[in-house]
Design a protein around this ligand. Structure first.
Ligand SMILES: [Zn+2]
Ligand SMILES: [Zn+2]
Length: 350
């Protein structure tokens, strides 16, 4: 089958590789119908985060498809079912899965599809994929929902919503979202469900801010100077009640803490590749702020968010800018990485 594999920093290739097979009785093999390139794939692409993906590993953790083959112990899905799967590989049984923290699953060692252990759990930028613990990981998608509406439930929509939820937004609040990439844009859409009076989107890239405006946000351009100062000026000197940090670097994290009002909340879902950050702890302390951060347990959000997408209260597919053949993924990585061709979200058709 065709798959996108990792060969070194900045080097992903479309290659012919062996098709996955059922290994354990709880496995399914999906025929992938749609996959996507995620911002965290770019971390792997650049070799950020300290550990390189293995050469030849199949990339990608955003995918969906139909069940082609299944092990004898699979009960919840059948051949031909159309399913969405979360980005992290979890068993559903261990202490952490039972505590609804599947990203901490000890059975799989906190694995991610297409992650650095891509030789074990191949990624979704391929024609087929083996999904273990299928009864736990696969969620059926209603026939009337398109792939482009459903696929982001497995990662970036759930992550954006989780960030908004962690912000504890109350009706009438002022909210600022740092980052207008795919996750930030979906955090912006999600934040609207909690009834903020004002919503700001902070980014440097003009075409991304334009889309955030379409989702009801007031744009704050980093080109105009320090975002904390701009946000204070826009809110009568007080700062937003809630800041949603969707970038994952030290500077925006610091600016989020500087921007939020006293007693406010900073919720962070940016994937930090640095092992530690310069953290303005003194300012955070004297502000009495609440900080929530973490990797989204997307499995928990697929079922509750699905109806919100189905009725159009969340419109995740609006962020899609490119749909290309799987074999063109190397170009997709490059334009997404360089923010060329007004790229926001690149979809792949296996
Ligand atoms: Zn992702
Ligand atoms: Zn587990």
């Amino acid at each position: 089958m065709k798959a996108i594999t990792f060969h070194g920093v900045g080097d992903v290739r479309a290659q012919d590789v062996a098709e996955p097979k059922i290994v354990d009785p709880t496995d399914v093999v999906l025929k992938i119908t749609t996959s996507a390139v995620c911002g965290s794939d770019l971390h792997q692409y650049h070799g950020r985060g300290g550990v390189l993906v293995q050469t030849g590993a199949i990339m990608g953790h955003e995918f969906m498809g139909t069940v082609e083959d299944l092990g004898p112990a699979v009960r919840q899905v059948r051949r031909g079912d159309r399913v969405i799967v979360p980005f992290s590989v979890s068993c559903g049984q261990c202490e952490w899965c039972q505590r609804r923290l599947p990203t901490q699953c000890t059975t799989t060692g906190r694995a991610v599809f297409g992650g650095r252990f891509g030789h074990v759990w191949g990624g979704g930028q391929a024609q087929w994929i083996r999904v273990p613990f299928a009864d736990h990981l696969c969620e059926r998608v209603p026939a009337e929902m398109t792939d482009h509406d459903a696929i982001f439930l497995g990662d970036i929509l759930s992550t954006g919503y989780f960030c908004a939820e962690n912000g504890g937004i109350r009706p009438g609040d002022t909210v600022a979202v740092f980052g207008a990439g795919p996750v930030g844009l979906l955090a912006t859409q999600s934040a609207q469900l909690f009834g903020p009076a004002r919503l700001f989107a902070v980014d440097r890239v003009g075409y991304r801010l334009k889309l955030a405006e379409e989702f009801g946000a007031e744009p704050v351009s980093l080109d105009r100077g320090d975002p904390a100062e701009q946000l204070r000026a826009l809110t009568g000197g007080r700062g937003p009640d809630v800041v949603l940090e969707c970038v994952g670097h030290e500077t925006p994290f610091t600016q989020a803490i500087q921007a939020v009002r006293a007693g406010g909340t900073v919720a962070s879902v940016g994937v930090y590749v640095e092992p530690s950050l310069g953290f303005p702890a003194r300012e955070a302390f004297f502000k009495d702020l609440t900080l929530k951060m973490g990797i989204c347990n997307a499995r928990n959000y697929i079922v509750p968010l699905l109806p919100l997408v189905r009725v159009g209260k969340l419109k995740p597919s609006r962020i899609i800018t490119h749909t290309m053949a799987l074999g063109d993924a190397p170009k997709g990585y490059a334009i997404f990485d360089r923010k060329e061709d007004r790229a926001i979200k690149v979809m792949l058709r296996p």
